[in-house]
Design a binder for this molecule. Structure first.
Ligand code: ACO
Length: 319
């Protein structure tokens, strides 16, 4: 039986740090409002010249380095992003070229904040089916490009960044179980509805959100999908060493952990440092906890995402 295993992680944040206090100088908000409602203290924003694939490249190089894998060994590259460099080619193809790989399967996945778990589950399926042996899975975003910086109800919540993992085929698991879901009937509670048409942008190109509806939906499905995935693996929630939910909002993370009965010290939280980086948030948090020594080889880590679509899912990993 073939399984896939994470053998390297990496992450990248832009250098431009914007604290809540700095943001409050240009937007009608305050550090107090943002921290009490979301737990976010700061975010990193890409420079105008910095693209999603640039951030993906930095995170990928770190992950490849940690894995001890050369670029030529990659036979699958998946990038989860909602903010691709351009309409096409895919950010995965642009990243492939920057890395110097030729010939690997490369494509993007668009599942907004669930993008990374969608991409990881997809790469796992490729590996288990024998269609790939060594995969690079990246979540990367320049969300700042699709925010209206005058809309205080959305712009304070997001940031830019990237995270990556290298997966390798082996005879030991690895990825123990995964679950992916979507329900398009919730497409209007979180969307960037604008589109490119006849050389112009038609409709609002910026993120629109019904914050309270998103909050309720996220807490419910993060609870459901965690239980479903752990069940699938034949394990109990008490077997989970680390929970890494999508880093959207500290109150969503706390409510999810509470409902699942997972102690807060077993939840990796990085949203305070980089805000919601959409598809990048889970691999950024994973890399942080691997590099600071909290997550150790053999630990069981439950990654779970939820985002526009609506999409949601979880991947249970043994490191
Ligand atoms: N600063 C100051 N005041 C603000 C801000 C701001 N940045 N944003 C909104 N307000 C005001 C509103 O105008 C409103 O004022 P009013 O009472 O005078 O009308 C007041 O604050 C309360 O607004 P609400 O929207 O009711 O605030 P709420 O308590 O619901 O908090 C929040 C808003 C933080 C967005 C919350 O609903 C939430 O966390 N939702 C989840 C959204 C989320 O995490 N989205 C991320 C993307 S989705 C994903 O990743 C899955």
């Amino acid at each position: 039986m073939t399984y896939s295993r994470i053998i390297g992680t990496g992450s990248a944040l832009p250098t431009r740090l914007v604290t809540n206090h700095e943001l409050a100088q240009t937007v009608d908000t305050s550090d107090e409002w943002i921290t009490t409602r979301t737990g976010i203290r700061q975010r990193y924003l890409a420079e105008e010249s910095q693209t999603t694939s640039d951030l993906a490249l930095e995170a990928s190089r770190q992950a490849l380095d940690q894995a001890g894998v050369s670029v030529d060994e990659l036979d699958l590259i998946i990038v989860a992003t909602t903010t691709p460099d351009q309409v096409f080619p895919s950010t995965a193809c642009l990243l492939q070229n920057k890395l110097g790989n030729k010939g690997a399967t490369a494509f993007d996945i668009q599942a907004v904040c669930s993008g990374f778990v969608y991409a990881l589950a997809t790469a796992d399926s490729f590996i288990r089916a024998g269609q790939a042996r060594t995969a690079l899975v990246v979540g990367a975003e320049t969300l700042s490009r699709i925010l209206d910086w005058q809309d205080r109800s959305t712009c304070v919540l997001f940031g830019d960044g990237a995270g990556a993992v290298v997966l390798r085929a082996g005879d030991q698991p690895g990825i123990l179980a995964s679950t992916l879901h979507a329900d398009g009937s919730y497409s209007d509670i979180l969307a960037a509805p604008g589109k490119m048409c006849g050389g112009k942008i038609v409709g609002n190109p910026f993120v629109e959100m019904d914050g309270q509806a998103v909050f309720k939906f996220a807490v419910k499905v993060l609870d459901d999908v965690a239980r479903e995935t752990v069940d699938k693996a034949g394990l109990a929630l008490s077997d989970i060493d680390w929970l890494i939910p999508h880093q959207a909002n500290l109150r969503i993370l706390d409510s999810t952990a509470k409902k699942l009965g997972i102690p807060t010290e077993r939840v990796v939280v990085t949203v305070d440092r980089h805000a919601n980086t959409s598809a990048a948030s889970i691999p950024l948090a994973l890399d942080t906890a691997v590099r600071d020594g909290r997550i150790k080889p053999g630990d069981k880590v439950l990654l779970e995402g939820v985002g526009g679509g609506f999409t949601w899912g979880a991947v249970l990993v043994q490191m």
